[in-house]
Design a protein around this ligand. Structure first.
Ligand code: HH2
Length: 284
């Protein structure tokens, strides 16, 4: 039997094989993130939480120093770097664990990649020419996410004619622009940006029709964890109590073709994915 070569996501010194869904664990060193703000804002707490997530099976740690929740205030690059700089330096010392920097600021991305971060996760989808230049000048993996407008106003009545077609066209265009700037295709992953300028109906439509994004051929990342639409469906106002709903969303996303899920609850997600994988595997 001839088997197809494994798909890869090239992220700096890491080659991530996409043979099973990868789990990206969220580490927010912010005072105001919607579900874990203030919990890990000293180096010891941040590193301990990252270590726990790695032990629980996280394949990637996504470090963020700016909340982009709906209505959040912007943070200056200097302040953001102050929050993430020492943490990234500490995290990259763990062998075999790729660190992703979740930032919209070129200056922050550049400094973190220089410090050893393997992935730039830009929720503004590499709209900024400087961010594209940083991407072109390094070999990090890139997450190109769709966001409608800016975090401050993105939830003010978002409208689309066809949310999936519009998000797909946007992501394809941004990825093409990165490739035109010299970024190798195998470094690029795309993300529909669940909750970023989307109603619950838009989020559900994107998850349901995820195969249309998968068909672009880039690895697809989905970040649904603890988000407001889960709270709306479940009638749960407290983000930390949306774990079961978040796991359900991760399973649905991976069943629809997502390669990477960005989650707060790593152990629970890893366990659910292992069971889903075992059920889906044919007996040898
Ligand atoms: N969601 C958040 C932040 N970064 N990055 C990608 N690629 N995809 C996402 O869906 C995504 C993301 C928001 O979640 P969180 O980091 O927990 O909250 P906050 O922005 O309040 O820090």
């Amino acid at each position: 039997m001839v088997t197809a070569p494994a798909r890869l996501w090239r992220c700096g010194r890491f080659e991530l094989a996409l043979v099973r869904p990868l789990v990206m664990g969220v580490l927010n060193v912010t005072p105001d993130s919607f579900s874990d703000g203030g919990a890990y804002d000293d180096l010891g707490a941040a590193f301990a939480h990252a270590s726990l997530m790695a032990e629980a099976g996280a394949d990637i740690i996504d470090l963020g120093g700016e909340s982009t929740r709906p209505g959040s205030a912007t943070v200056s690059p200097a302040e953001e770097l102050e929050r993430v700089g020492v943490v990234v330096e500490e995290l990259v010392r763990t062998p075999g664990l790729p660190v992703s920097i979740d930032t919209r600021h070129a200056e922050v991305a550049r400094a973190c990649v220089d410090a050893g971060a393997a992935i730039i996760n830009d929720v503004s989808g590499f709209r900024d020419a400087e961010m594209v230049a940083v991407a072109a000048a390094c070999d990090a993996g890139l997450v190109v996410m769709h966001m409608l407008g800016e975090p401050g106003t993105m939830q003010d009545g978002p409208r689309y004619d066809d949310v999936v077609a519009e998000v797909r066209a946007y992501l394809a265009g941004q990825a093409r622009a990165l490739e035109a700037a010299g970024v190798a295709r195998e470094r690029i992953a795309i993300d529909p940006g669940i909750g970023f300028g989307k109603t619950t109906a838009h989020n559900l439509e994107l998850l349901r029709r995820l195969p249309e994004l998968v068909s672009l051929g880039y690895p697809v990342l989905v970040g649904a964890s603890r988000k407001r639409f889960i709270g709306e469906i479940a009638g749960e106002a407290v983000p930390a109590r949306r774990v079961a709903g978040s796991v359900a969303a991760a399973l649905a996303a991976t069943a629809a073709g997502a390669d990477i899920v960005r989650v707060h609850d790593v152990a629970e997600t890893v366990q659910a994915l292992a069971v889903a994988d075992a059920i889906g595997r044919r007996p040898s």
